[in-house]
Write a protein of this length. Sequence first.
Length: 300
Amino acid sequence: MPRKDILDSIQKYVQPFRIMKGQGFRLKNYDPGDTCGLKLEKGEASELLQQGTEWLAQEQDMLYAQDRWSLLLVFQAMDAAGKDSTIKHVMSGVNPQGCQVFSFKQPSQEDLSHDFLWRYYKCLPERGRIGIFNRSYYEEVLVVRVHEEILKRQKMPEPLVSRRIWDERLADIDHFEEYLTRQGVIILKFFLQVSREEQKKRFMKRLDTPEKNWKFSASDVHERKFWDDYMHAYEEAIRATASKNAPWFVVPADNKWFTRLVVADAIVEAVEQLDLAYPKVDAEKKKEMATMRAALAREP
Ligand code: ATP
Ligand code: MG
């Protein structure tokens, strides 16, 4: 298929889920079961996914060679939405040398002794690299917002903790992302939106399948009680931080194959817009190369 046609089809699966302006955003307008009419059985989906991952691998090679832009991919989701497997599939063709994944869990004592962005800042991708945040600084306005006792552990000076703290943190994140964008970091943020029912099914499967037992955690089930609080926190976060430079993608996550397709296509589309090319060799370098070539050819 010609590149132009592939790009058109990519657009089709990215555009409906991209949020570049927070105003008026409502999570309930997005369906976790959406597949844009695609059906897995028809084979079209797996072909599209393969095209996306192959294209991404090519673009990453140029990103690395150019050594100017970097890409920060933020993944957020409720448990069992498929963050890990999406990352694994989408990045499957990519050269591991140009890519780093960081999974953020409970903060350490050292993390808690610093400002909230500190531990994430240290993990930002170098120029030419793709950095993947499996959970991110957004946890600071999600899990910490839902369970305010976590905030108490953050050693904040008391006068600075007011009811405005979440809006303040969201504004700080927004500015932080704007700063990074101005430095050449392309930021894409994915919220893999799984439905509560599908999450239940996946937890059940973890309980019923011996090979999946290790993934089961009682606290994940406990966390379901706070579902609405989480959705509220996600909605507020997306509203406050969706922008043209750092868009959110609310990716339907009830069908894993569709999640992968949308994520891969969103990354391809963003990188494609950079118009990457391999660095050009100047005249002097060309001369040097010609000399070297001649020398190599002369070798016995
Ligand atoms: P998986 O369950 O697929 O292995 P995960 O990302 O859910 O991946 P877990 O070890 O299960 O990893 O959970 C990590 C936990 O750490 C999550 O419950 C998350 O909310 C929590 N967490 C992440 N960042 C913070 C933070 N800044 N403060 C407090 N808790 C956090
Ligand atoms: Mg977990």
